[in-house]
Ligand binder design. Structure first.
Ligand code: NI
Length: 176
């Protein structure tokens, strides 16, 4: 296993559509997954998508810590499909390991269905809400070359972590 370098915004790998994973159990897919787990633990985020470690593969990993509502263990999803449930959206803060030091309020669907293949190639079918739904929308976007600033409507809610912590901003209920 290895800790991998994380691509930063501006690198074209983050703007490309990633390829389907043909064989989830193939040695290269297993190695990529193991390295991504190690990389995420080292980097300290809640999610990581394969293009962020320069791999064109439709794979992401994520977890939800206790502090963010209903905790979820580390989950790997190959060839994920995220489908909004209902049309309701909400603003929430998010960061990205490929945009270090910054944070923004990004509109996301409040509830989504996540399907794909799990860590051993088993079928996954989860309904997620709130922070978990936000994380999987963010990670699935990476597989289509979409970074969170491309989802933003209001750039006032975009700042450096230290400043956002120092000058907390209330987020509007209504998304314009
Ligand atoms: Ni990200």
């Amino acid at each position: 296993m290895a800790i991998l370098k994380i691509a930063r915004m501006g690198h074209p790998v983050l703007l490309a559509r990633a390829a389907e994973v043909e064989d989830v159990l193939a040695p290269d897919a297993r190695r990529l997954l193991a390295d991504m787990v190690e990389t995420l633990k080292d980097a300290g985020g809640v999610g990581l998508a394969a293009p962020q470690v320069f791999a064109s593969a439709r794979l992401f990993i994520f977890y939800v810590p206790d502090s963010r509502g209903e905790a979820m263990p580390l989950t790997a999803v190959f060839n994920p499909v995220v489908t909004p449930l209902g049309g309701e959206t909400e603003l929430g803060w998010e960061g990205c390991l490929s945009i270090p030091g910054l944070r923004a309020a990004v509109p996301r669907y409040r509830q989504v269905r996540l399907t794909g293949l799990g860590i051993e190639g088993e079928a996954l079918d989860l309904v997620l809400e709130g922070f978990a739904a936000r994380v999987v929308q963010h990670e699935a976007d990476h597989l289509d070359g979409v970074m969170y600033p491309m989802r933003m409507h209001d750039f006032r809610y975009f700042g450096f972590n230290e400043e956002v912590d120092r000058y907390p901003m209330a987020l509007p209920e209504e998304i314009l």
